[in-house]
Design a protein around this ligand. Structure first.
Ligand SMILES: *Cc1c(COP(=O)(O)O)cnc(C)c1O
Length: 223
């Protein structure tokens, strides 16, 4: 038996249990973060029905997607972006880039997309927990910056927001950071935002409770 069948099943059940309690109509998309496993594990997870995978380094994204090019996978980029890797990322045609950390980065990406006459789906990362080690825009500037990106970056399809929950044992703090992100997401829905990417292995049930519709799960799936 495929070793990941049970873990995927378990995780989907846990998501469904929360989802049906808080929002019957919400569809939740699972991105399996494969950064700490190799392509054999991705392939096994694909055989269980998982299609979307996330990588946080452009080099690894390229290596894995090259090896698995025959499979109809959907690759997401979730890592910190370096300016000198933007062209490479564009060429990999990610389904979604989760981690645009501000207006400057958006404009850099837009410039390179324009040269290549391409578009890319992008999320604005919000540092809702206000932690120095985390990338992203401050919550109180997020709506402004979101709108500036929409206006000044025609080659970026801005799809919504991404955030990493507070790094804490205190559930109330994590909840607060998720609620902050979700409130921003909600007020951006009129501007076409449709994705609220938040929730990782340690806090995904809470994220669903707070309105996440995209989860990025690594260790809980590939253990
Ligand atoms: C690694 C990573 C994840 C997945 O983390 P787990 O705790 O393994 O689920 C999600 N999002 C980002 C941005 C990551 O870097």
């Amino acid at each position: 038996m495929n070793p990941y069948e049970m873990t995927l099943d378990d995780v989907l059940t846990r998501i469904e249990n929360v989802r049906t309690r808080v929002n019957q109509h919400q569809i939740i998309k699972l991105v399996a973060v494969s950064k700490s496993v190799d392509t054999d594990a991705v392939e096994l997870m694909y055989q269980n029905g998982q299609r979307a995978f996330g990588e946080n380094r452009v080099q690894e994204f390229k290596r894995k997607s090259d090896i698995l090019t025959e499979l109809p996978l959907e690759w997401h980029f979730i890592g910190r972006m370096q300016t000198n890797k933007i062209n490479q990322l564009i060429d990999l045609r990610p389904a979604l880039m989760h981690s645009c950390d501000g207006l400057d980065m958006a404009q850099e990406i837009n410039k390179r997309l324009a040269v290549k006459e391409r578009k890319m789906n992008v999320l604005l990362q919000i540092n809702s927990a206000k932690e120095d080690v985390k990338a992203g825009v401050e919550a109180n500037q997020a709506i402004d910056i979101y709108q500036q990106i929409k206006e000044s970056c025609p080659n970026i399809n801005l799809k919504g927001v991404m955030s990493i929950g507070a790094h804490s044992e205190d559930e109330a703090l994590i909840r607060e950071s998720f609620e902050k992100t979700f409130a921003i997401y909600e007020s951006l829905e009129k501007d076409g935002a449709s994705i609220c990417s938040m929730g990782m292995s340690n806090d995904f049930e809470l994220a669903v409770e707070c309105g996440a519709n995209m989860l990025r799960l690594g260790s809980v799936l590939f253990k």
